[in-house]
Design a protein around this ligand. Structure first.
Ligand code: GRF
Length: 207
């Protein structure tokens, strides 16, 4: 968005919001030239709401009903409306536990990003760190990607890896991956904010 203006980010999350926090912290530290204009959640008491409030960021619960694992129909339209009202230019999925659908992608073309706790295309879906542990991989990691109409299939922007240690539990491995997530999301958003990302087929070129 090389307009001289800050990239306006709308964050969607369902849980703790540690990735949202890493983005807020990067902005506060002056290492990410962007603004979080709103935080939206489909979970009424999600901790991400408190995190936003602490930083004076508008935060709102919007039900995703009647669906449980996707955002579609009226609920999707409401999310889009609120994001646009706040002036969001890109949508950052940060632990948002629903699949977003074509209407959202059309409202923010090539501007919906997700973070996934695995080195895609390995281990899409849920609890990916546990999938990696159960499979016996020696490395695990995280991926920030553009969202397309598939599940965890969009063009990859940033990946970071961590070792899997012999005594790892699902929890210790997830915690190690999250340390890298908190670097990866600000890094991807820095590139987006600087207008340095070009999608060429499946690949993302970094200019
Ligand atoms: C992260 O592990 C992220 O990769 C996954 O959901 C988790 C969200 O964590 N999509 P948090 O709410 O950002 O702490």
């Amino acid at each position: 968005m090389a307009t001289g203006q800050k990239l306006k980010i709308g964050v969607l999350g369902s849980g703790s919001g540690s990735n949202a926090q890493s983005i807020i912290d990067a902005i506060a530290a002056g290492t990410l030239d962007a603004e979080v204009v709103c935080v939206l959640t489909d979970v009424e008491d999600a901790r991400i709401l408190e995190r936003a409030a602490t930083h004076g960021i508008p935060a709102q619960y919007i039900s995703g009903a009647p669906f449980k694992t996707k955002l579609e129909g009226d609920a999707e339209q409401e999310y889009i409306r609120v994001l646009k009202d706040y002036g969001a230019e890109c949508v950052v999925l940060a632990g948002f536990m629903r699949i977003v659908k074509p209407a959202m992608l059309a409202a923010f073309p090539h501007r919906v990003l997700n973070i996934h706790p695995a080195l895609l295309p390995a281990f899409p879906g849920v609890a990916s760190w546990k999938q990696a542990l159960d499979y016996g991989t020696r490395v695990a990691g995280c991926t920030v990607h553009f969202v397309d109409e598939g599940t965890d299939t969009g063009p990859i922007i940033v990946q970071r890896c961590v070792p899997v240690e012999p005594d790892d539990t699902a929890e210790t491995l997830h915690a190690r991956i999250q340390v890298e997530e908190h670097k990866a999301y600000p890094e991807a958003l820095r590139l987006l904010a600087a207008d340095r990302l070009r999608i060429v087929g499946r690949r993302v070129e970094i200019l």
